[in-house]
Ligand binder design. Structure first.
Ligand SMILES: Cc1cc2nc3c(=O)[nH]c(=O)nc-3n(C[C@H](O)[C@H](O)[C@H](O)COP(=O)(O)OP(=O)(O)OC[C@H]3O[C@@H](n4cnc5c(N)ncnc54)[C@H](O)[C@@H]3O)c2cc1C
Length: 466
């Protein structure tokens, strides 16, 4: 990486972007490509938070389940938003090519697995995604899922052949390099301490210089802080932790043959194989910042709970980052007042959604594209301050607990069904050997069933109309 440069002189630009994460860098790259003069101001360094610590899985859609989205804004608008989210994923695919970002290691396919038996829901989900939302999907039966992931924790699965994964850290630095190449200037160690958004030319103050711009894009996620505290308070910060294991050799290949990313429908575990025989795994969450190393044991136990055959795996590296969760679960994308833009609240699914936001905002500023207004129904809602964080933590724990309970119940039912089948087979065999007939559960075929007569509702009916 080139040495960091700090903003140490006053500057005038068309567009100032606060934050060099995925969102800020995509706005900067797109706006610079469209010919604007752009400066990105980053308080620490490129990819310092979640953007430099994600797992690189690129899926269509949003953190909010599609059914809830339809219930909130209706079918047609959901279809349009979904199409935008797919375009976001395609943008990442086009940008994450070996020519543009060498070593990006793009690989195809992602699998979403269910923690409980949900065959019926799966069919309607597949139909909706495939037919109504034009997303290529395959339904995997339990046997197929378990042939690829040798665990009884998962049941059915939805396979997305067009989803993919990349080296997430390379991507964020690759975006920065492309933005610079397109003419954007990126200043690190440059925290924005205050913003005056009034007037045609808006003003930004940093510790060592001032900047004036016609447009300001706030892409600071949960760390925006002082410059617009009320905006930061519409996000619930959730720190998510991930680890990569030591090499696991052959035992990993025996436990997992699927090569893409795996996520569960409850959003608890997210993993994939990296470097041939290591597991990369994200799971624990807190609503306060903690040292990631503290979660090595929790991730190790989680891997063992899902894949007991792997035993106690060695952990090589642990990291974490804060994602911004909105109250309604959808990202914050749009214009707060003339020339003041927001791009944040991307939650756990930030790769396709930040790409979409970057394009929408740059095109709106430079081309007048108004499609960002599809996000207008999702207003800025206060996330509840400290109480909101405590509540968020409790809800998160409860959701994980109830998901674990539902999973355990589903596995118990499955075992009980298998045992019942074995018992019945043994009984049938014993009866066959003894020459006895099994006790009848149902009337034998052929014998007429006793007819139940319905008392006539109208006494005249029973007597026959004459
Ligand atoms: C462990 C983990 C795994 C994940 N895996 C995936 C995945 O596989 N796929 C996926 O789609 N998503 C994933 N995500 C989610 C994704 O990483 C985020 O949604 C995304 O990175 C958010 O990007 P952002 O640009 O909004 O925020 P950030 O990455 O937080 O960037 C914001 C930047 O703004 C800067 N900033 C803030 N305030 C100021 C200020 N006042 N002045 C100057 N600079 C400021 C910060 O320093 C920071 O660098 C994962 C997240 C985590 C934590």
């Amino acid at each position: 990486m080139p040495g960091r440069s700090r903003l140490s002189f006053d500057l005038d630009v068309d567009i100032a972007v606060v934050g060099a994460g995925l969102a800020g860098l995509t706005v900067a790259l797109e706006a610079a490509r469209l010919g604007a003069s752009v400066a990105v101001l980053e308080g620490r360094h490129i990819g310092w938070n979640a953007s430099g610590h994600q797992l690189g899985t690129v899926m269509p859609g949003f953190g909010l389940p599609i059914g809830e989205l339809i219930a909130r804004i209706g079918f047609e608008d959901t279809r349009e938003l979904w199409a935008l989210s797919r375009e976001g994923a395609e943008y990442v695919r086009a940008t994450a090519s070996e020519e543009l970002i060498p070593g990006i290691a793009l690989s195809e396919g992602a699998l979403e697995v269910s923690n409980v038996e949900a065959g019926d829901q799966l069919i309607s989900r597949l139909q909706m995604l495939g037919e109504d939302f034009e997303t290529e999907v395959e339904g995997w039966q339990v046997d197929r899922v378990r042939a690829e992931l040798k665990t009884d924790h998962y049941f059915h699965g939805v396979y997305y052949p067009k989803a993919f994964q990349i080296d997430g850290r390379k991507y964020v630095h690759g975006l920065a390099a492309l933005a610079r190449r397109a003419g954007a200037r990126i200043f690190e160690d440059t925290p924005v301490v205050s913003i005056d958004p009034s007037g045609i030319r808006k003003r930004i103050v940093t510790p060592s210089a001032r900047l004036r711009a016609s447009h300001i894009v706030l892409a600071g996620n949960v760390h925006l802080g002082a410059p617009l505290r009320r905006l930061s308070e519409t996000l619930l910060p959730v720190w998510r932790y991930a680890a990569v294991t030591a090499p696991l050799g052959e035992r990993l290949a025996e436990a997992i043959t699927f090569r893409g990313s795996v996520t569960d429908t409850d959003g608890i575990d997210h993993f994939r194989i990296v470097d041939g025989d290591r597991l990369m795994w994200a799971s624990p969450e807190t609503t306060w910042a903690a040292r990631p190393e503290r979660f090595a044991g929790a991730i190790q136990r989680r891997i063992r709970a899902i894949f007991p055959q792997l035993g106690s795996v060695g952990i090589a590296e642990v990291w974490g980052g804060a994602v911004g969760q909105t109250v309604h679960g959808m990202p914050q994308i749009g214009q707060l007042r003339r020339g003041l833009w927001v791009a944040s609240g991307f939650g756990r699914q930030g790769l396709n959604t930040t790409a979409m936001a970057g394009q929408l905002i740059a095109r709106s500023i430079l081309w007048g594209d108004e499609r960002w207004r599809l996000f207008s129904p999702f207003e800025l809602v206060w996330a509840g301050g400290t109480t909101g964080r405590v509540a968020g933590h409790v809800i998160g724990m409860w959701e994980r607990g109830s998901s674990a309970a539902a999973g355990a119940l589903a596995r118990y039912r499955e075992r009980a069904r298998v045992q019942e089948r074995i018992r019945e087979a043994r009984l049938a065999e014993a009866n066959r050997q003894a020459g006895t007939r099994p006790p009848l559960r149902h009337p034998p075929p052929g014998r007429p069933r006793p007819q139940r007569t319905r008392p006539p509702a109208n006494p005249a009916e029973g007597e026959g109309a004459s």
